[in-house]
Design a protein around this ligand. Structure first.
Ligand SMILES: N[C@@H](CCC(=O)N[C@@H](CS)C(=O)NCC(=O)O)C(=O)O
Length: 233
């Protein structure tokens, strides 16, 4: 059976990592038997130092991109099989854009935005014994801020990060329109990736300018609620 290594439900979402949630979603809809192993200890064991990764027998696959490819190659799990060549190309570019841009806006409003950091700190690190519960959050936050600087998002002001988020949400909203799914009235990877991102903004009780901005796109809010009820209700 496939083992999926994850953080585990928190912040009112099935998974606080959009990448883990994407893989969980893919495995769920593929009806592939799988087991979820949750906990931050798996981050230390992760071959690339990030979650998700999966184990399937003696095979280990890391990164949601390679896991998606592995599931397609090995188990013929292909949620994009109903897409035209052009739709596949749009889907690929849109998913990559959400994962490389919108994701980092979400990270900013979790790890840098002070009032939300105060919320996530006890949730993510509160279970650690003293003095680790004092040291690890500081180290983790510093590491995240360094990663954000390396990526580039960390060099922008909050107002600029919101402009980046707005461009992403606007494009997503225009592409979805009043449809139920992005393409052909049927679930595809872009729906899964979009849901996995949007739910991180809309479901946790962590107010921020990013939440207010996202709520202005009513079709995205409805989409996220519908996907959540249908697949994780
Ligand atoms: N490209 C990777 C991204 C995975 C990723 O960024 N995971 C984050 C959680 S959302 C992580 O494990 N971060 C831990 C760290 O950077 O120390 C994928 O698609 O799986």
């Amino acid at each position: 059976m496939i083992k999926l290594y994850s953080f585990g439900p928190s912040l009112n979402v099935p998974e606080p990592s959009p990448f883990v949630l994407k893989v969980n979603f893919l495995l769920t809809v593929s009806k592939q038997p799988f087991e979820v192993l949750s906990g931050t200890q798996y981050l230390q064991k992760a071959p690339k130092g990030k979650l998700p990764y999966i184990e399937d027998g003696n095979k280990t696959v890391t990164d949601s991109f390679f896991i998606e490819k592995y599931l397609k190659d090995t188990y013929k799990v292909d949620v994009n099989s109903h897409l035209s060549t052009e739709q596949k190309a749009i889907s690929h570019l849109a998913c990559a854009s959400l994962e490389e841009r919108l994701y980092w806006c979400i990270v900013h409003f979790r790890w840098v935005y002070q009032s939300n950091w105060e919320i996530i700190k006890p949730i993510f690190f509160g279970g650690m014994p003293f003095p680790l519960n004092k040291i690890i959050p500081k180290v983790a936050r510093k590491g995240m801020i360094k990663a954000m600087h390396g990526h580039g998002i960390g060099r922008h002001s909050e107002a600029e990060i919101l402009q980046i988020a707005e461009a992403q949400l606007h494009a997503m909203s225009d592409l979805l329109g009043d449809k139920e799914y992005f393409f052909n009235n049927k679930l595809s990877l872009l729906d899964i990736t979009s849901y996995a991102m949007l739910v991180q903004i809309l479901l946790p009780t962590m107010p921020s300018p990013l939440v207010n901005l996202t709520k202005r796109y009513s079709n995205l809010v409805t989409f996220c609620e519908r996907m959540h009820t249908r697949y994780y209700g």
